[in-house]
Design a binder for this molecule. Structure first.
Ligand code: 5GP
Length: 222
């Protein structure tokens, strides 16, 4: 059996942030990325909104009351929190810190306010913004869901314009024209960030260092 080679260096876990306007297809990309990288931990946020059909407590969110949310806020249990639409959302701090410390990468699905706060608190975090191919396509996707009235769709579109203007503060953007292609771009981001030399600690370079004479003649005749 082939054994996994020891890594050449160690690093802390990377915080990957994924933000997108509602309807840009972030959830699909999130799951696509998760399929490719099952080892990436998913951060489970707390929210004061009610569960939607199909959502599972503890997997999609920790659904809590406003009172519980305030108590957690007072205890400084959130790495960031924000009000999104009419509800409160917060990223629990402890699992985030534990993942980073243990060298496990962690994925956060949070809005632009949260992304800004996380980047301030964890400057090595990687923020990715998912864009729809166009506003027209975003409108079409929001309408095709069939779950929201015209007024809500208009509000989401107005919010989307505001969120897209924050795009420049992100490290990367991914246009979700076609899911497979967008997941491929996300995967390229993950791979590149994992091999950033500035993240590496405790290098184990000795096995790679050439001894005198090792390289002599190796390139001859090429
Ligand atoms: P939804 O209610 O549709 O699941 O999420 C609404 C918005 O809240 C999405 O943009 C989602 O990314 C964002 N969100 C979810 N969890 C958090 C969180 O813990 N913090 C922040 N700032 N935003 C969150």
């Amino acid at each position: 059996m082939k054994s996994t080679p020891r890594p050449l260096a160690q690093r802390q876990g990377i915080i990957f942030i994924l933000s997108a306007p509602s309807g840009a297809g972030k959830t699909t990309l999130y799951h696509g990325l998760r399929e490719l990288y099952p080892e990436i931990t998913l951060s489970v946020s707390c929210t004061t909104r009610a569960p939607r059909r199909g959502e599972i407590r503890g997997r999609d969110y920790r659904f809590i009351t406003a009172r519980q949310f305030n108590a957690l806020k007072r205890r400084d249990a959130f790495a960031e929190w924000a009000q999104v639409h009419d509800y409160f959302y917060g990223t629990p701090k402890r699992p985030l810190d534990q993942a980073v410390k243990a060298g496990r990468d962690i994925l956060l699905d949070i809005d632009v306010q949260g992304a800004r706060k996380i980047k301030r608190r964890y400057p090595d975090a990687v923020a990715v913004f998912v864009l729809p191919p166009s506003m027209g396509e975003l409108k079409r996707r929001l309408s095709a869901r069939g779950t929201d009235g015209k007024k809500i769709i208009e509000r989401r579109l107005a919010n989307a314009r505001g969120e897209i203007s924050e795009l420049i503060k992100y490290d990367y953007y991914v246009v979700n024209r076609q899911v497979g292609e967008a997941v491929k771009t996300l995967s390229a981001i993950v791979e590149a960030e994992r091999v950033r030399t500035s993240r590496a600690r405790n290098w184990r370079l000795a096995p790679l260092r050439a001894r005198p004479g090792d390289l002599q003649g190796s390139d001859e005749g090429r």
